[in-house]
Ligand binder design. Structure first.
Ligand code: SF4
Ligand code: SF4
Length: 106
């Protein structure tokens, strides 16, 4: 199980969550942030600080945003497990599903 960042983050990227994560597993893509499914320790610290309520426990992700689970997981297919987001900084791409969305939340 892991936490998932869903639609409300896309094109917003407030980044309040990054400050709260004790294991630095919230990675920044071009249009959204992504939680690393294996590095996340399920502490839940990020979820209440997101001002747009974009973060959900995997099982609690609203039905219409279930695809975001896949996006969060597959974003790391070619990154593997870097073991810390801050050293990577902005990763200049997105999961194909996110990249293909029209402008969101504006
Ligand atoms: S706090 Fe919410 S909107 Fe901001 S980056 Fe994190 S998930 Fe995205
Ligand atoms: S649940 Fe905890 S470990 Fe997982 S992304 Fe949020 S703050 Fe980080």
């Amino acid at each position: 199980m892991t936490y998932v960042i869903a639609q409300p983050c896309v094109d917003v990227k407030d980044k309040a969550c990054i400050e709260e994560c004790p294991v630095d597993c919230i990675y920044e893509g071009q249009r959204s942030l992504y939680i690393h499914p294996d590095e996340c320790v399920d502490c839940g610290a990020c979820e209440p600080v997101c001002p747009v309520e974009a973060i959900f426990y995997e099982d609690d992700t609203p039905e219409e945003w279930k695809d975001y689970y896949k996006a969060n997981v597959e974003f790391f297919d070619d990154l593997g497990s870097p073991g810390g987001a801050s050293k990577l900084g902005l990763i200049e791409r997105d999961h194909a599903f996110i990249a293909g969305l029209p402008p969101q939340n504006q």
